[in-house]
Design a protein around this ligand. Sequence first.
Ligand code: ZN
Length: 255
Amino acid sequence: MIETAYIPSSGITGKLKRLKARLLERDPLAISPEQLVISITFDDFPKSAVKAGRAELEKRGWRGTWYAAAGFAGTDTHHGRMFDADDLRQLEEAGHEIACHTLNHTDLGQASAEVTRAQTEANREALQQLGLKSGLPAFAYPFGEASPSSKRVLSSRFKTLRGVRPGINRKGDDRNLLKAVGMDGSESGLMKAHAFIDEGMARPGWLIFYAHDIQSSPTEWGCTPDEFAGLLDHIQKSGAKVLPVTPAYRWLTAS
Ligand SMILES: [Zn+2]
């Protein structure tokens, strides 16, 4: 069965919930890098991202962070055929970071504390059953949707919690809801992604990108292999330090 895309609540109620999620349960970052640090991440994630994304990163000597929802393993979604146990193992063996999502891609903006805990623990166990060795220190909220309650529950369980609100993370920004920029949205979206690299060169911080499918006819949440490579070329020219999320966080917070 091919899952259709779930769209989180919008309108005034959704906006107020998101505002509350941003303002409460914050853990301000104490980072002031003199050099731009960039992490390239993948959400969910389809085989097209493993194929194109991995090759482009490794060609440049880089590694990425892959947020896996074990419920997607071996299935087909609107992003196409999803990752499987072999992909996880090969990515991990090649030095990439596998990171945590929820088991069933649950919207944690709506879920109770109990469901939040159960979904993340079940995902951890399922990924271990698929052969994962990592301790999963990094987490991304499905759809970028958080709540004060989910932030509270996950803050002590993970080193970093990532959302999808665009921006560069700097001193005072929230470890419990890190900003991230999509490598998507066709030409206008990708122009914004390129602009963030320039902004980060002018004013260093921690810039986290996320990608979904990487294929010749991408979804609105994806991009083409050429568009992906173009962004990586720009990052390479910027001279930024490129690290997966957990090594980047460790590097940024080491005093
Ligand atoms: Zn996701």
